[in-house]
Design a protein around this ligand. Structure first.
Ligand code: NDP
Length: 485
């Protein structure tokens, strides 16, 4: 059974689909054709109130459910997601325009990994015993309460699960607001979680743009906000959350460096640079978009890169042969074309690509600029599109300093066959998620997140538990109380 692109209703609240057509209309556009494939409505204040009150009611019960039982539900949901991977992937491709070739292996599957991983951890979330002479203490790991998740449009299913799974494992409720550009798949995540046995109200999905996100973030009943988005949005959401002294996780943007030393295996380095710039048409936060190449390997690297990019097949993302899809929207395409124009104007050398093909859809060719210098706009700002900037370097110390000369700090990668150098360099790079002779792997077992302005907190791995729970300390006196009077 393939999923309809038009959802039953706009929101999923308290275990059921909910509509309120008074909310602003949002047209869902298939990025490969520009066709309208669904219509939903932004959440009205009444819808938000329903989401909050049902979540609070459900969370009070859920916090008392043993971890083994919470975990069982999450793992059952993971199984259902894997069984329906193809249908979920097709829907994700309709929504985002990413090639089916990608969505089949990187979206619902990654979401299922998170549900399975945190489902497995749920039973082992314990506190500790602390002996204090004859007295003693203990800690209890408690949920935070009602958490809000706000997603970006590049990995809608994955983000919905990366936030929902640890939140639910720890005993919280979550209200998730997808990006208004990609509202479809989070609804399926909610459906599946409830089908797996999640009590109604624990995972609600509401649609809308920034205003709906803002209303949720400022609601005094919300204890935690987890945002995946750009740095400017992160700044606004963090500030709004700070007003209410709420917990936050901020997964924000980047302009990450990828360092290719002369002794690197050139095919692997080119492969890493392709993955780190052109997967999902470059719409990946951790992309290594500043590719620093040591001068001795530069010409070989650029030659092989240009040759291998001829293998990019732009086209209908539903076609199994297509490996390069459109950008998510016309607005994003215009933004990316603006950066390409700026790269040319500032004197970078266009090696390949640079055009937006005619015809329907929001395509931009995979684009490589060489001879890029640190001060050029395309080396400084996050483009979030298929635009790679290749910069030259001579020495290790020089490239480390230049790689770190940015406010971002999400990711960094090194290609070299000298392992001592690989570890020495990685230690000095200011980034949260790093790669040696690889790029953009994001297994659920490893923490993911940024340093500097790229974020606060970590998703995935045990580290995420810290961000969805809090410790209660209990001191126990065994003898009499001594008081001064
Ligand atoms: P945006 O920052 O534009 O939006 C992110 C989300 O926040 C959207 O759901 C948006 O709603 C919502 N939002 C916007 N304003 C507010 C507000 N004032 N209060 C509450 N919510 C608000 O990001 P994009 O969707 O354009 O995604 C691209 C960005 O996301 C890039 O910078 C990218 O690097 C980053 N990203 C980071 C990742 C990470 O893990 N570090 C992973 C993926 C992407 P709406 O869009 O519907 O208006």
């Amino acid at each position: 059974m393939a999923y309809d692109t038009q959802p039953t209703a706009s929101h999923f609240i308290d275990g059921a689909y909910v509509e309120d057509s008074a909310g602003e209309k949002i047209e869902v556009i298939h990025p490969a054709t520009g066709a309208v494939i669904a219509r939903v409505h932004a959440a009205t204040p009444a819808v938000i109130e329903q989401a909050v009150t049902s979540a609070l009611r459900a969370q009070a019960e859920w916090a008392r459910v043993p971890g083994t039982e919470r975990g069982r539900i999450l793992r059952r949901a993971a199984d259902l997601m894997r069984e329906r991977n193809r249908d979920l992937s097709v829907l994700e491709t309709w929504d985002t325009g990413k090639p089916l070739q990608e969505t089949l292996v990187a979206d619902a599957t990654s979401g299922a990994d998170a549900l399975e991983y945190f489902g497995g951890l749920a039973a082992s979330l314990t506190g500790e015993h602390v002996q204090l002479g004859e007295n003693w203490g203990y800690t209890v790991r408690e949920p935070l309460g009602l958490c809000v998740g706000i997603g970006a449009w590049n990995y809608p299913t994955q983000i919905a699960c990366w936030k929902g799974a640890p939140a639910l494992a720890c005993g919280n409720a979550m209200i998730f607001k997808p990006s208004e550009v990609t509202p479809l798949c989070a609804l399926k995540v909610a459906e599946i979680l409830h089908e797996a046995g999640l009590p109604a109200g624990l995972y609600n999905v509401v649609q809308g743009a920034g205003a709906v996100g803002g209303a949720l973030v400022t609601d005094p009943r919300v204890e935690k906000v987890s945002l995946t988005g750009s740095v400017p949005t992160g700044r606004r959401v963090y500030a709004a959350a700070a007003e209410g002294i709420k917990h936050v996780t901020m997964e924000l943007g980047g302009k990450s460096p990828l360092l290719v030393f002369d002794d690197a295996d050139v095919e692997n380095a080119v492969g890493g640079a392709i993955l780190g710039n052109f997967y999902s048409s470059g719409q990946v936060c951790s992309n290594g978009t500043r590719v620093f190449v040591q001068t001795g390997i530069k010409e070989r690297f650029l030659t092989r890169l240009a040759e291998r990019l001829k293998g990019a097949i732009l086209g209908d993302p539903m076609d199994g042969a297509t490996n390069f899809g459109p950008l998510v929207s016309q607005a994003q395409r215009e933004k990316v074309m603006g950066y390409i124009a700026e790269g040319r104007a500032e004197g970078a050398r266009l090696v390949t690509g640079g055009a937006a093909p005619d015809g329907p859809g929001f395509f931009v060719e995979p684009t490589v600029f060489a001879d890029v210098t640190d001060s050029m706009t395309i080396a400084q700002e996050e483009i979030f599109g298929p635009v790679m900037a290749v910069l030259d370097f001579e020495t290790e110390d020089e490239v480390i300093a230049r790689a770190n000369a940015t406010d971002f700090g999400l990711s960094a990668g090194v290609f070299t066959t000298d392992f001592a150098r690989a570890h020495r360099v990685i230690r000095q790079l200011q980034a949260g998620s790093c790669f040696i002779n690889s790029y953009n792997d994001a297994p659920v077992e490893l923490p993911f997140g940024g340093s500097k302005r790229s974020g606060v907190g970590r998703e995935n791995a045990r580290a995420a538990i810290e961000h969805y729970s809090q410790l209660k300390s209990v001191y126990v006196r065994m003898g009499d109380v001594e008081a001064p009077f």
